[in-house]
Design a protein around this ligand. Structure first.
Ligand code: SAM
Ligand code: SF4
Length: 330
């Protein structure tokens, strides 16, 4: 491996620095927009990458290509046994280390994950109403998730961000409630446009609430000003009265593909250059076939080399990937 990292630049000039790692395809929730209630086939345990294999891919990305951020996701990352052991291994690489979670495991794990070196947390929550939460996740656990948010704050995560998938006619009437919740609890709420990665392929454009409309609704209640945008896919705003920040990720109506710096590793070791890829690069066969770091680097490079300009949601050429969001790692 080269002593000095060589930036991983694709054919559109985008430098890749961010690795998303799905640590499991399994989950204790069944969010309607992400997983079917039953019938999803889990990846066999032996086919899921070990912590050592994940660490090796991450090290090649960091030391070989200069990646500076890693996010753990799933499925639900906190259902993977001994997660803090992996966190400690990845934290030792010296990157910004974050995790996206449904929050249900945080009362038990937040402090340990923080101590192991996890820097940041995003917690997903789509309704503040118990019945609606239960209908959306197919689990009656709103209180558990709210307590998980408290546990994250108590463990010292700062900021804690809340991911809210906003869907027309489902939870779009809670936008201002979520803004109020974020202001009161000191968490940064980020509304995400609903994307066609659902289990039953029933997504339709009419279910998407444009980020612009969400921000306008919040600004009418709490005046906002936009903040400068970096490589963050979210457009972030600040409350004029000092009440914190709020954001929108308009992946459908205003995609950030032109600035995308991410690659995704699935639980079974497939590398994807886009959420919406229909092709993947098999790193597990390199890892388990005795391949050296040079071969791993070559496989990662070739995956990024074939990255397209961006997704085509809404166009006639768009093809929804066969995997659900839970199988990709959001
Ligand atoms: N289980 C964890 C969680 O829910 O935070 C991590 C994995 S989940 C797949 C990652 C993120 O993807 C969550 O914030 C979830 O709300 C979001 N997500 C899942 N399906 C989606 C969809 N069809 N459109 C937009 N976001 C989606
Ligand atoms: Fe599980 Fe997260 Fe998907 Fe909900 S969004 S089913 S919590 S993986």
């Amino acid at each position: 491996m080269a002593a000095t990292p060589v930036p991983l630049v694709d054919s559109f000039g985008r430098t890749h620095r961010d690795l998303r790692i799905s640590v499991t395809d399994r989950c204790n929730f069944r969010c309607t927009y992400c997983m079917p209630e039953a019938g999803l086939t889990w990846v066999a345990r032996d086919d899921v990458l070990t912590f050592e294999e994940i660490e090796r891919v991450a090290r090649v990305c960091v030391e070989g290509f200069g990646f500076d951020s890693i996010r753990l996701t799933g499925g639900e990352p906190t259902v993977r046994a001994h997660l803090r052991v992996l966190v400690a291994k990845l934290a030792a690489l010296g990157v910004d280390l974050a995790m996206t979670t449904n929050g249900s495991g945080l009362r038990a794990q937040a402090r340990g994950l923080r101590e192991a070196g996890l820097d940041r947390l995003n917690i997903s929550l789509d309704s503040l109403r118990a019945q609606r939460f239960a209908a959306l996740t197919r689990r009656d656990e709103l209180d558990v998730v709210l307590d998980g948010i408290d546990a994250a704050l108590e463990a010292g995560f700062d900021p804690v961000k809340l991911n809210v998938v906003c869907m027309q006619g489902v939870n779009d009437d809670e936008v201002v409630d979520f803004a109020t919740f974020g202001r009161e609890r000191g968490v940064e709420v980020r509304f995400i446009e609903f994307m066609p990665l659902d289990a039953d392929h029933s997504w339709s454009a009419v279910q998407v609430v444009p980020g612009e409309r969400i921000i306008a609704a919040i600004a009418a209640a709490y005046p906002l000003r936009p903040l400068a945008r970096g490589s963050d896919p979210a457009e972030i705003f600040e409350y004029l009265d000092g009440g914190g920040r709020v954001g929108a990720i308009a992946s459908v109506t205003a995609p950030f593909c032109a600035r995308c710096d991410r690659v995704r590793l699935t639980a079974e070791g497939k590398l994807r250059n886009c959420l919406f890829s229909v092709e993947e690069t098999d790193l597990r066969s390199v890892l388990r076939g005795g391949g050296g770091d040079d071969e791993l680097s070559a496989a990662i490079s070739s995956c990024v080399a074939t990255k397209g300009p961006g997704h085509q949601i809404g166009s006639v050429t768009f093809v929804q990937p066969p995997r659900t969001m839970s199988q990709i790692g959001g």
